[in-house]
Design a protein around this ligand. Structure first.
Ligand code: GN1
Ligand code: MG
Length: 351
């Protein structure tokens, strides 16, 4: 779906309703695929992030209820987190975080260590969030089995007549159906516990300090809800080890970098002491699985006619699916090395 334009007057009216009246500029910001995001600069020198929460996908009140609880809990512990300034359904205003930045593709392995530490801190901080349970914002969000069922439905309906042109990509998924249920089954059996997780641990969802490079704030908390720690780690592998952007057309540039994976594992396991044996045993696998799952979602949206993710060209979702599957292939080729890295790091940290 191409994102819609918001005339300056409309944005000023929304901001005025939130008590912000000295707006100098409000311009599109960031690279999210779901919400509409703007950076707002005011005459006073204050800046904000204004977002229109996508109501086709989210129940904004449920999202904001989880976010308020999560941010208050992290702040009470002294952690850096988002600050909600105002919320007028479906618009919300955050304080702009200065002195830190995000990156879409990282360029040194040490950044992977820092990002993984920050996401592990986030999971640690929320481990003792008091009841009630957070709201399931999108049920079965990372459930690969139900994502494959959605792909099958889109392929059968083939509303845009695109299925024939995706035979190779559909075949890639078909060849991996057998492994789709591994984590879902372990969770159903209780071998892997439910934890509070972020569920969108893309590298550009952690802000890195401009000076130290340390991860200071985990952002984009829309999908923070009960989930599986492995999916958070897996999405770090998907995005932090990638050598190229999620929509790179030249697939020779797309592969998973082993030295970045090693730093991710070290950064994550150094902090995520809560992981049990079943989680540890599936840590390397989680990278392949979540990358396959996100690829399936892009391919599904391509077949469905681009109704979910923001796109800027006709084949954007297909291009994204291809990069994901190339990343899966690259991780599969290095699977033995990746498993060995997890085992060696776990035994050196845990004895
Ligand atoms: C979406 O909006 P953004 O870019 O933070 C998506 C994630 C995907 C991601 C792929 C609610 O996140 O699940 O992993 O795109 N968010 C939702 O880049 O579907
Ligand atoms: Mg997101």
């Amino acid at each position: 779906m191409s994102s819609r334009e918001y005339p300056a007057d409309e944005l000023r009216e929304v901001l005025s309703g939130m008590g912000v009246k000295d707006v100098v500029s409000a311009a599109r910001y960031g690279s999210g695929h779901i919400n509409d995001t703007f950076k707002v600069d005011c005459a006073s020198g204050t800046s904000y992030i204004l977002q229109r929460i996508n109501t086709d996908i989210f129940d904004p009140d449920a999202v904001m209820s989880n976010i308020r609880r999560v941010t208050e809990h992290i702040r009470a512990k002294g952690g850096g987190t988002l600050e909600v300034v105002a919320y007028t359904r479906p618009w919300r205003l955050y304080a702009f975080i200065s002195g830190a930045h995000t990156v879409d593709v990282i360029t040194e392995a040490g950044q992977a260590f820092k990002a993984a530490s920050a996401f592990a801190d986030f999971q640690n901080a929320l481990a003792d969030l008091p009841a009630p349970r957070l709201i399931d914002i999108i049920p079965n969000f990372h459930n690969t089995v139900s994502r494959i069922a959605q792909l099958d439905a889109a392929r059968a309906a083939d509303v845009k007549g695109r299925a024939a042109s995706c035979a190779a990509e559909l075949g890639f998924v078909d060849a991996r159906r057998a492994e789709a249920s591994r984590i879902v089954d372990l969770m159903a059996r209780g071998d892997i516990p439910e934890r509070i997780t972020h569920n969108d641990t893309k590298i550009n969802n952690v802000m890195l300090d401009d000076v130290t490079g340390l991860g200071t704030h985990v952002i984009d908390l829309d999908t923070t809800m009960p989930g599986c720690a492995l999916y958070d780690f897996g999405d770090m592998v998907r995005t932090s080890t990638a050598n190229a952007a999620e929509d790179e057309r030249d697939l020779t540039k797309v592969f998973s970098r082993k030295e970045y994976f090693e730093q991710l594992v070290k950064g994550y396991l150094g902090k995520a002491k809560f992981l049990n044996e079943a989680e540890l045993a599936n840590l390397a696998f989680s990278g392949r699985l979540i990358t396959l799952t996100i690829g399936i979602r892009f391919l599904t949206d391509y077949l469905a006619g681009d109704v979910y993710f923001h796109t800027t060209c006709d084949d954007h979702n297909l291009v994204r699916a291809r990069t994901q599957f190339k990343m899966v292939q690259s991780m599969e080729e290095q699977a033995a090395d990746y498993e060995a890295i997890v085992r060696a790091t776990a035994s050196s940290l845990r004895g």
